[in-house]
Design a protein around this ligand. Structure first.
Ligand code: PLP
Length: 390
């Protein structure tokens, strides 16, 4: 029987109510925002729970605890960006440590790993994680960190977290999953064997395109504590106001995800049937290579997709000039629909060669599907596609 003092709350309830009505001072329903940088000591040699804002802040910790609960982890560190979250793990490595990362990871992640490696802070190897033989060969080099991004950005390749995590653990690698594209509403990597989950909270967790932030959730309490100490050493903590906004955004994570996923499925089906579109990458489509794995390890198919225009770069330019109701911008996961051209935007820094290896063509567009009415989204796309051919 469930212990009534320790109710096992559903994740939807956790997201909506974590820290609600817990204010001891005034009974405020919304959690208070503590902006202080420092805290009064209770007396000589008597620090309180918090002493300095870089080390800890109640608002930031509330968001961290909420994310740890949602991801099923032991603790969480909130950072100033998604890149700072990843670097919290990578920056602790030594020159002999190897990071094994997906060959089609987020461009900023590739840039960070290459920058660290080029300065001798660690070494890095990029591998196609859907290729079992390539993964096994790379694991023989005994990486310290095995980074997984699924679905990948921008091609939405899906890999089997449970299978890869088991293989990586055999050689003692710590498994890190970047769960930015799905959020814990759709995928919970720790339950599948991950040691750490990384987020750009900038995306679905905040959900309103008005905060840059990140988070690292650790499955193990000792690792969580070490990360907290490291975050204090390097000073990568997120701002309290950003944490407060992100916690507010988190309240609606589940209904947002549900509606955005439904919209994405409708958009993917529409695009699939359009003559100007040569390929749609969306794990919700049965024809997608990762559909079976996604059906198994995800609770839905997410709201990110990408598609290729048959007319290449010229068609892309014309589409972008004419598409309606969808904004040309980097980033994703907000309530508004965005479209990006990876070759000239998010993945431009990768260089032509690495993009070609990763399969990112000049005709590829990535879309973050928002909360707008399905009918309007399809009408907006339809107009852009009709104009893309001439
Ligand atoms: N991870 C993924 C999958 C991303 O898409 C991004 C940003 O787009 C990041 C990490 C980096 O996050 P941030 O921009 O918050 O630093």
């Amino acid at each position: 029987m469930t212990d009534p003092n320790k109710p096992l709350l559903c994740p939807e309830t956790l997201a909506a109510s974590f820290g609600v009505a817990a204010d001891m001072a005034y009974g405020s329903v919304a959690p208070p925002l503590y902006l202080t940088s420092t805290y009064e000591f209770a007396g000589y040699d008597q620090p309180r729970l918090y002493d300095y804002g870089r080390a800890g802040n109640p608002t930031r910790d509330l968001l961290g605890d909420a994310l740890a609960a949602l991801e099923g982890g032991a603790g969480c560190v909130i950072t100033s960006s998604g890149m700072a979250a990843l670097d919290l793990l990578v920056g602790r490595l030594g020159p002999d440590d190897l990071v094994l990362a997906p060959h089609d990871c987020y461009g900023g992640t590739m840039r960070l790993l290459k920058a660290r490696a080029s300065r001798g802070h660690c070494s890095v190897r990029f591998v196609d994680q859907s290729d079992d033989e390539a993964v096994s060969a790379a694991l023989e080099e005994v990486p310290a960190l095995f980074l997984i991004e699924t679905p990948s950005n921008p091609l939405m390749r899906v890999v089997d977290i449970r299978g890869l995590a088991a293989k990586a653990r055999e050689v003692g690698a710590a498994v890190v999953v970047d769960n930015t594209f799905l959020s814990p509403a759709v995928q919970r990597p720790i339950a599948l064997g991950a040691d750490y989950v990384v987020h750009s909270t900038t995306k679905y967790l905040n959900g309103h395109s008005d905060v840059i932030g990140g988070a690292v959730v650790a499955a193990d309490p000792g690792n969580a504590q070490e990360l907290r100490q490291w975050a204090n050493i390097v000073g990568s903590a997120g701002a309290p106001f950003d944490a407060w906004l992100t916690l507010r955004g988190l309240r609606t994570l589940f209904p947002r995800m549900q509606t955005q996923q439904a919209n994405a499925m409708a958009v993917a089906r529409y695009l699939e049937s359009h003559a100007a579109v040569s390929k749609v990458h969306y794990p919700g489509l049965p024809a997608h290579r990762g559909h079976a794995i996604a059906s198994r390890q995800q609770n839905g198919f997410g709201a990110m997709l990408s598609f290729e225009l048959a007319g290449g770069i010229e068609a892309v330019r014309r589409f972008i000039e004419h598409v309606k109701f969808i904004t040309l911008a980097e980033s994703l996961g907000g309530v508004e629909s965005l479209v990006a051209h990876p070759a000239t935007m998010t993945h431009a820094d990768m260089g032509d060669e690495a993009r070609a290896v990763a399969g990112i063509s000049d005709g590829l567009l990535r879309m973050s599907v928002g909360l707008e009415a399905e009918r309007d989204l399809i009408a907006g796309l339809d107009y852009g596609l009709a104009k893309s051919g001439n």
